[in-house]
Design a protein around this ligand. Structure first.
Ligand code: HEC
Ligand code: HEC
Length: 290
């Protein structure tokens, strides 16, 4: 994204994040928020017959899944561009009976592990959980792909409203005639385009280096080593320098000073603010950028 740096300069301060925002560092160990795990006895057991789901609830949940989950967990639930795990193999999803395990996760129980709070109320989150269970029940819970993939028609928004939304929330970093010109030609499938703009491309195979977090480590007063962030946890930070070499530094509390810059922080934060309508409208607008 060649034009972006210029646009980004003004927003840099807000995107300087200190450690807490790191969803993507494999080594970051954070205690799971309480409440995600219900007692095993209340959950679905292998061999137990599943209650039939209400088709209207499942349909509602499916639409919400397409908007809120697909980018990370994939259209077939087997994992997506942005690194969400395969839900068809997820113990949580396989044993959920009525949302007791899935709903708390949708509502932020795993926020520290990179699964954002999607801001869905109990009813909507419950509907998504019902949809996930319904897919699992059609495949026998063994992680095989569902028999049929139905693609939602997702271009249902209003492009004019989307343009207004874009001007207010995206134009500080992007331009329809600049870096995003032709984005609908590059991603001609609206589903792909939608997950691209929601995630900003982070974590995907075609992600540009501009999506990768970088880190500055102040090793001595006035002496700073910077590079692409490879891994960070409470005890060690590893970075890759521009010449390709990796360097690691032991961490003890706040020493050495470590500052992570995550260019995708804005995209991640916006995720919990979009309404269904915003997402539909922005996608409808971006589809016009051929
Ligand atoms: C920004 C990406 C992202 C989005 C959007 C997202 N997830 Fe996740 N999800 C993740 C990640 C990453 C994990 C793994 C978290 C962990 O390691 O505990 C996860 C974990 C889960 C798990 C637990 C899997 C397991 O077995 O541990 C469930 C269930 C789940 N997500 C469901 C959903 C649903 C339903 C939605 C939509 C309402 C959703 N997710 C949206 C990234 C995402
Ligand atoms: C604070 C800055 C910022 C804001 C605000 C922002 N983005 Fe992004 N966006 C980025 C960065 C950084 C990237 C990754 C850079 C790259 O792909 O080269 C990105 C990537 C993207 C991409 C992928 C581009 C590609 O070539 O694959 C799309 C599409 C996108 N953003 C759309 C949006 C939309 C739509 C909004 C508003 C709802 C938005 N962005 C708001 C910073 C921002």
């Amino acid at each position: 994204m060649r034009h972006l740096h210029r646009y980004l300069a003004a927003g840099t301060a807000s995107m300087v994040a200190v450690l807490t925002v790191l969803c993507c560092s494999p080594g970051l160990t954070v205690a799971s928020a309480a409440g995600a795990q219900a007692p095993a006895t209340s959950a679905f057991n292998q061999g137990e017959v599943r209650a039939a789901e209400d088709p209207a609830v499942v349909a509602h949940g499916k639409a919400l899944y397409g908007i809120n989950c697909q980018a990370c967990h994939g259209s077939d639930l087997r994992g997506g561009d942005m690194g969400g795990p395969n839900l068809l193999r997820s113990q949580v999803a396989l044993t959920d009976k009525h949302g007791e395990l899935i709903v708390p996760i949708i509502q932020g129980a795993r926020a520290a592990q990179g699964m954002p709070n999607l801001g869905l109320n109990d009813e909507d989150a419950g509907a998504v959980a019902a949809y996930v269970r319904s897919v699992i029940s059609t495949i026998g819970g063994q992680g095989a792909p569902p028999g049929q993939k139905k693609v939602l028609d997702i271009v249902v928004g209003d492009a004019t409203r989307g343009q207004t939304y874009f001007a207010a929330h995206c134009a500080s970093c992007h331009s329809a005639t600049g870096d995003l010109k032709g984005i609908a030609t590059t991603f001609h499938d609206p589903v792909q385009l939608q997950s691209r703009w929601i995630t900003g491309g982070a974590g995907s195979a075609q992600a540009s280096t501009a999506t990768k977090p970088t880190v500055d480590v102040t090793v001595a007063p006035g002496e700073r080593v910077s590079g692409e962030l490879v891994r960070i946890d409470d005890f060690l930070v590893t970075l890759r320098r521009s010449d390709g070499t990796e360097r690691s530094f032991a961490r003890k509390g706040t020493v050495p000073a470590v500052v992570v810059h995550d260019p995708m922080q804005a995209h991640r934060e916006m995720l919990s603010h979009y309404t269904d309508g915003d997402i539909h409208d922005v996608t409808a607008y971006l589809v016009t950028l051929k």
